[in-house]
Structures are given as C-alpha cells and as structure tokens.
Ligand binder design. Structure first.
Ligand SMILES: Nc1ncnc2c1ncn2[C@@H]1O[C@H](COP(=O)(O)OP(=O)(O)OP(=O)(O)O)[C@@H](O)[C@H]1O
Length: 335
C-alpha cells in the first residue's frame, strides 16, 4: 500500500446526508415516513488510499456510494469527487472514476467479452491505441485471455468479475469504487481479485473505495476503514485500531459424538449449545483449546470460525461508543 500524501482529496464528503420518503400501510390509510438513510457523514480520501466503507445491512453504504458516483443527489451537505460535484457533473465524473457493483454487470450479456470491452472504449471515448495498450495490460494481469471470445452470459462469476473490473479500468480512472467486489466468489477467485487490486493500487496509484461484508477483503486490502451504522459515521481509522476498540473473538464450533453439558476448558467460553453442537468463544490460542477439548470429549468435528465484519461492528456498538453518540475519528479530515 502506498503512503498517503496530504494533498487534494479524491473524495471529500462533508455533512453528507440523504433522506427518502417511504410510503407504507394499506391503500386507503397510506402513511408517509421520512427515512434518514445517511446522516451527517464527513470523511475524505487522499490519492492512493484504499478505504473500506463498512457497515451492517441497511447502514447506508449503497446510498453513500450512489451519492459519490452521482446517481443520487444529497439532501444535505456537500461532496466532491475528483474535484467535481457528482450529481451535477456526472458525465465528466464518469471519465475519472470506475465503478463495479459485484451483483450487477455492465457488460453486454450476449456479446463475447472482447466485443463488450470494445464497446466500452466508445462510451468513454478512449483513443484506440490507449485502449489497446490498456486492454493488453489488463488481459495479462487479470488472465482474461482464455475467455475473451466467450459470451458474457457463459462466464463464471469470477471470470465475469474480472471482465467487469477490466471494463471499469480501461479508461484509467483515478478512483475505483467497488460494491462487494468478491461476493459469491470462491476462495481462489477472491484471492486473485484482491491481489490484482493491491497491484493496481501500489503500481498505478489508483485510489480504491470498497464496500464489503467480507472481512478477508478488508484485512488484505484496507489499512483504513470507515464504519457507518444507522446512517451515521461510527468509526474512521486504522483497521488495527478498530480491532483493538472492538476486539472480536474467534469461535470454535465443536460437534460432539452426542449431546452433552456445556464444555468447560481454559481459554474458551461456551456461548451456545444445540444438541451435540457447541459454540466456544476463544480467548486463547485455538490449538491449545482444541487440544483441551479433544482430550476431554469425544469429538466428531471441529470448525474454527473467523469473526466477520458484522461481528466487529456489533462489538464496536456494544462497547458503548454508539450509546455515547459520538463518532470516533482518529484521522483529521484533510483538504
Ligand atoms: N429508494 C429508497 N427509498 C426508501 N428508502 C430507501 C431507499 N434506498 C435506501 N433506503 C433505505 O435507506 C437505508 C439505507 O439503505 P442502503 O441500501 O444505503 O444500506 P446498505 O448499507 O447499502 O445495506 P446493504 O448492506 O444491505 O446493501 C435502509 O433503511 C433502506 O431501506
């Protein structure tokens, strides 16, 4: 990851907010309710950073992304992306950023990937020579060669994601915005995408903002995370600091030969029992706990579960910071 120079931010959001009106109830007794999807969010992103924009379901991540990319205009506050006002200068902005939504594709379903990528050139008005050079580079980095001639609808999810990333990067954007880039991918594909994004960031200086529910993405890619919950900023700082603020234990799932009393071993606390299956929250080295459990019980199976980002955010809140109502900021907003 590159060091972060103090310079004009790529993203500068100040007091950003978005309200929606939700209509509910039966036809003749419709009620209108105001939903504060994003509330007073302030953060900035310097060139060359990789930022994880995290939060539980319904926290306001997509709404923020839509404001940053110009799909939605803010109800409150202001935002600048690459120095532009996204909702008013959307076309100009499209030439400066790349956007990938993991659950949707921008590729033409019936066309071979190669043709779909060729059409992208016209959308962004990239000169033919630049396009060819960039496509060759991305084809090599993302190993697209074997399926460039395959219609998009026949690609695996991992291949399609590599195609979508290429489409988003052919015009060499300064900022790449990713919404769940590894969702649904197998371990190998996830790893390939993460390594590619790291190279893109370190070698070309591309700034990356990503939302994800996958803690592996965050750990591999993001030094800094911004956490949003119930529409408000809850944390902005180092991932290591988030973990220290809200330490989240790993869980050992133990399948015993049959139902038993809750397991009692040093370094673990049994938090759930369902028939022969028990969940142990670990406070010590997993190897020691596993040895102790296996020594004292007849074990059919064991699984070690890493905390996911929802667990970490839930801890952040249960540690009382949310109750205090004060967003935690470590890094001053630059710019
Ligand atoms: N067009 C809309 N009309 C009304 N309410 C909306 C609209 N879009 C989003 N919301 C509400 O705003 C809140 C934030 O939604 P948003 O999609 O931004 O969350 P999210 O963090 O992206 O969630 P997820 O991780 O599930 O995608 C939710 O309560 C959602 O129901």
């Amino acid at each position: 990851m590159t060091s972060v120079p103090l310079t004009t931010p790529v993203i500068d959001a100040r007091g950003l907010g978005r309200d929606f009106t939700r209509v509910s109830g039966p036809l003749l007794r419709r009620r209108r309710e105001r939903v504060n999807a994003v509330h007073d969010v302030t953060f900035s992103v310097a060139p060359g950073e990789i930022i994880g924009y995290l939060g539980p379901n319904g926290a306001g991540k997509s709404t923020t992304m839509k404001m940053l990319t110009g799909i939605l205009s803010p109800s409150h506050g202001r935002v600048r992306v690459c120095g532009l006002e996204p909702s008013r200068q959307r076309t100009l902005l499209a030439g400066r950023i790349g956007v990938v939504f993991g659950q949707r594709t921008t590729l033409w379903w019936d066309l071979p990937l190669r043709d779909s990528l060729a059409l992208t050139r016209h959308l962004y008005r990239v000169p033919a020579a630049d396009h060819a050079a960039r496509l060759a580079e991305l084809t090599e980095l993302l190993e697209l060669g074997p399926f460039l001639a395959t219609p998009v609808r026949q690609l695996s999810l991992g291949q399609r994601m590599r195609g979508d990333l290429t489409a988003a990067l052919l015009h060499a954007p300064e900022l790449l915005v990713l919404d769940e880039p590894t969702i649904g991918l197998d371990v190998v594909s996830k790893s390939a995408i993460r390594e590619f994004l790291l190279r893109l960031n370190t070698e070309q200086g591309t700034t990356i903002l990503l939302t994800t529910h996958d803690l592996g993405d965050v750990e591999r890619l993001c030094r800094r995370v911004v956490v949003i919950d119930h529409g408000s900023l809850a944390f902005d700082g180092d991932l290591a600091r988030l973990r220290a603020t809200a330490p989240t234990p790993r869980t050992l799932v133990v399948d015993l030969a049959g139902p038993a009393d809750p397991i009692e071993v040093a370094g673990a606390r049994t938090v759930r029992v369902e028939g022969p299956r028990q969940w142990l929250e670990l406070s010590a080295n997993p190897a020691e706990v596993i040895a102790a459990v296996a020594g004292a019980h007849s074990v059919a199976d064991l699984t070690l579960r890493e905390p996911d980002i929802e667990d970490v955010v839930a801890r952040l809140y249960s540690s009382g910071r949310a109750a205090a109502g004060a967003p935690r900021r470590e890094d001053p907003v630059s710019g």
